[in-house]
Design a protein around this ligand. Structure first.
Ligand code: ATP
Ligand code: MG
Length: 253
């Protein structure tokens, strides 16, 4: 049975896609069979990880009921498949809004392939709309990247309130795997302060490994390679390896 992890934060640009792509790639590098589902109309993760054109996307799964396995393509990383997204997901969202079973669409689509992978990660858009709600409903747990700035922390309580509400209504077993602090700039006192505040508030839920601000991470998407292939000897690779090991320790122990 796969473990399904939704990566979410309604704040834009906090490192969701970066975490989804690089964690998926490293899990695959550590021998796990991984699927990354791109559930964001911006399709950033799909661009990042695929070299070839693809015709079907997660929008077709939602709009036309195309089986998920028919849209899955291989990524540039061995052991990592991707269910790519397209801008059509924006229209699919509107369609979802008028469907009474709207929250369960992705969960249903996933049921046919749940045995094919060790981990299924879902990258979500910067909103708490129907796409993210679908991803929460389909997940075993959520992982929340938080940029070490003021506003991203400010929005955390709204996110966790939504998760609590969803637990009551559609997914009582939804776990909170934790918070990953991202884009940490050690030259600023704000980053340190935010780290302290979040760690105090969410004791035990904050990953010890923190992702620093890193030019190589900003460059990697344009080269369409995860950091493990784009800059294998850069020290950021070690940080991401450490994060992945911490993740596996939390989930597999
Ligand atoms: N640690 C980092 N250091 C420097 N740049 C980073 C880092 N992490 C991500 N970036 C860059 O910052 C931008 C935003 O990151 P990313 O796309 O992962 O955020 P996101 O939360 O997925 O955004 P959105 O909400 O739009 O989906 C991207 O250009 C990305 O390459
Ligand atoms: Mg993104």
């Amino acid at each position: 049975m796969s473990t399904v992890i939704t990566i979410a934060n309604q704040k834009g640009g906090v490192g969701k896609t970066d975490l989804a792509v690089n964690l998926s790639a490293l899990l695959a590098g550590m021998g796990r069979h991984v699927l990354l589902i791109d559930f964001d109309p911006q399709a950033n993760a799909s661009y990042y990880l695929t070299q070839d054109e693809y015709t079907l996307s997660t929008a077709d799964v939602l709009l036309d009921g195309i089986p998920l396995e028919e849209i899955i393509v291989k990524s540039c990383v061995k052991g990592l498949d991707i269910a790519p997204a397209s801008i059509g997901l924006s229209a699919a969202q509107l369609h979802l809004a008028s469907d009474v079973n709207m929250q369960f669409k992705l969960k249903k689509a996933l049921s046919a392939i749940k045995n094919h992978y060790d981990y299924i990660l879902i990258d979500t858009p910067p909103s708490l709309g129907p796409l993210t709600i679908n991803a929460f409903t389909a997940a075993d747990g959520i992982l929340v990247p938080v940029q070490t700035h003021f506003f991203p922390v400010h929005g955390l309580s709204d996110l966790l309130k939504t998760v609590d509400e969803l637990r009551e209504v559609v997914n009582p077993n939804l776990l909170f795997y934790g918070i990953v602090l991202t884009m940490y700039d050690r030259r600023t006192s704000l980053a340190k302060e935010v780290q302290q505040v979040v760690t105090a508030r969410f004791n035990g839920k904050v990953f010890k490994t923190v992702i620093p601000v890193c030019v190589k991470l900003a460059e990697a998407p344009s080269h369409r390679k995860p950091i493990s292939l784009y800059a294998p000897s850069n020290k950021i690779g070690k940080v991401y390896t450490q994060l992945t090991e911490e993740f596996l320790k939390r989930l597999e122990n």
